[in-house]
Each structure stands twice: as C-alpha cells, then as structure tokens.
Design a protein around this ligand. Structure first.
Ligand SMILES: [Zn+2]
Length: 65
C-alpha cells in the first residue's frame, strides 16, 4: 500500500470510523456497520492501510470523549 496512491483512492475505499461497540461485535462477522458519516462499510483488518474518511474524522472530533 503505497502512500502515493492515496489521492486516487476510489469511493468506498476510505477507512470509516464507527462506534467501538459496533466494531467489537462485527469485525469478525464481516457484517457491515454504519460509520460516523452514515456510510455502511465492512470493517477489515486492512483498515489502517486505507485513507481516513474526512467526514468520519470531523464527526469523531465532535464526539465527547
Ligand atoms: Zn466515513
């Protein structure tokens, strides 16, 4: 996964954020969960290799910690 490919990532290839309780249950099952931006996606172990969804990042920053 080369960093110089990030700018040409296709839609749907963002790493979305979701609530942790969703990730805990669904990562193994391969089920789609709803990201903070409202997009449904299937969490994968390649999550860290994808560019972060900018909308999810905004929503995450607004969440109380
Ligand atoms: Zn998102």
């Amino acid at each position: 996964m080369a960093n110089n490919e990030l700018a040409e990532s296709e839609p749907g290839q963002f790493a979305h954020y979701t609530h942790r309780q969703h990730l805990a249950g669904n990562t193994i099952d391969g089920k789609a969960v709803r990201g903070l931006c409202g997009v449904y996606f299937v969490p994968t172990q390649d999550h860290d290799a994808m560019p972060c969804c900018p909308i999810c990042q905004e929503r995450l920053a607004e969440l109380p910690s």
